[in-house]
Design a protein around this ligand. Structure first.
Ligand code: NAP
Length: 398
């Protein structure tokens, strides 16, 4: 009998062998990548006597057509109730309606970490000389910064009031026809994000945690993020982590905690990728950095993502690309992003062996040059297969 995943008082997941897991197929290419990813996940789980009872929930265009809502309340409740879920890409409605379904989901469930591991699969076409040196895990803050969506439209009475308030109280000169965006960065959110990154580094024997920020300019938001990050390392992880200032870069067997300014980070992740390991950063930096890094190791077709709250155990695992509408239903695109998001979900469930099996099988499939169009167009001598065929090739190698 399928059962719910539950969480004990310490935030540990209790996962039955046949858990009920809600999923959103997703819009556009969701119709292609979801069945492909599901096939592989089911086969890998079955090898270990596990069976997932998938529970479909509605969101996006499909939900809007059926219910008039982009993100029905029941969907949020189901993700909350069943603790762990997975989703394909969703259309962001243009011109009104909900700002972003993904942002709404993350905020409603307080999934404060956006986890984006970026690693290289041998044989994947890459624009850089040494993609094999890329092995980073990004912890991007998910609940505040500009993505909190605190914005006021230009030429409205609220914008005018804010502009005159800032002028009177702070002497700021803001043009009268400006839209206004607020960028909150709190000690609470910064610290729990860095804490999660350090816990991850500790658990996975990672060498360093780099705090990426723009604190040279935005001192009280980005700069404060850096300061709070170091405070967490110093106050809570002194047994296993040491800051650059304290050790001059020689951390021994401890985790080295350092920081870099966002702009130079974009250069250094390209030129010296092996100097980066776990990265903890604010929301917008993390948004740009995740996609830029993914480009080094094969692009968004195979970049996985997870949104996690480590205290409640809740997680929503998701393809990082969009709905690619021009390919919808063509059985053409790479299912790798959603599949590897499923791998992250398995790891979160404690199903590490099944997760590793999938990664190894995918490595072998790509190494044998059996790939979807996005890779085959950049590889010599590749055998191009459809989305569903790629999934079957991975299953054969499990
Ligand atoms: P997109 O859907 O990510 O597609 C952009 C391009 O990325 C595609 O044309 C394709 O490149 C490549 N691509 C995407 N998925 C791929 C896959 N699985 N395999 C291989 N290549 C893949 O971005 P978009 O066109 O800007 O956005 C379309 C819609 O998706 C919008 O409504 C947007 O708001 C939404 N969106 C949703 C999410 C999400 O749900 N997480 C994220 C981003 C965007 P080529 O054309 O070069 O083949």
């Amino acid at each position: 009998m399928p059962e719910k995943i539950t969480v004990d008082d310490n935030g540990n997941l209790i996962v039955p062998d046949d858990p009920i897991v809600p999923f959103i197929q997703g819009d556009g290419i969701g119709v292609d990548i979801w069945p492909a990813a599901k096939t592989v996940l089911d086969e890998a789980a079955a090898k270990y006597g596990k069976h997932i009872a998938w529970k479909e929930v509605a969101a996006g265009e499909k939900a809007y057509k059926d219910t008039g809502e982009w993100l029905p309340k029941e969907t949020l409740e189901t993700f909350s109730e069943y603790v762990v879920g997975i989703k394909g890409p969703l259309t962001t409605p243009v011109g009104g309606g909900i700002r972003s379904l993904n942002v709404a989901l993350r905020q409603a469930l307080d999934l404060y970490v956006c986890l984006r591991p970026i690693r290289y699969f041998s044989g994947v076409p890459s624009p850089v000389k040494h993609p094999e040196k890329v092995d980073m895990v990004i912890f991007r803050e998910n609940t505040e910064d500009v993505y909190a969506g605190l914005e006021v439209e230009a030429a409205t009475s609220v914008a005018a009031k804010m502009i005159s308030f800032f002028s009177e109280t702070l002497g700021w000169e803001i043009r009268s026809d400006s839209g206004i965006g607020i960028k909150p960065v709190s000690a609470y959110a910064s610290k729990r994000l860095v804490r999660a990154a350090l816990n991850y580094a500790k658990k996975h024997n990672r060498r360093s945690v780099t705090l990426v920020h723009k604190g040279n300019i935005q001192k009280f938001t980005e700069g404060a993020f850096r300061m709070w990050g170091y405070e967490v390392a110093h106050d809570e992880f002194a047994d296993c982590a040491v800051s650059w200032d304290e050790c001059g870069g020689e951390a021994g067997d401890k985790i080295l905690v350092k920081d870099t300014i966002a702009d130079i980070t974009f250069q250094q992740v390209l030129t010296r990728p092996d100097e980066f390991d776990v990265i903890a950063t604010t929301n917008l930096n993390g948004d740009y950095l995740s996609d830029a890094l993914a480009a080094q190791v094969g692009g968004i077709g195979i970049a996985p993502g997870a949104n996690i709250n480590y205290e409640t155990g809740r997680g929503v695992f998701e393809a990082t690309h969009g709905t690619a509408p021009k390919y919808a239903g063509a059985d053409k695109v790479n299912p790798g992003s959603l599949l590897l998001s499923g791998v992250l979900m398995f790891e979160h469930l404690g199903w590490g062996e099944a997760a590793q099996d999938i990664v190894r099988a995918m490595e072998r499939t790509i190494a044998e040059k059996i790939v979807t169009y996005d890779f085959s167009r950049l590889m010599d001598g590749a055998k191009e297969v459809r989305c569903s065929e790629f999934a079957m090739e991975v299953v054969k190698r499990l």
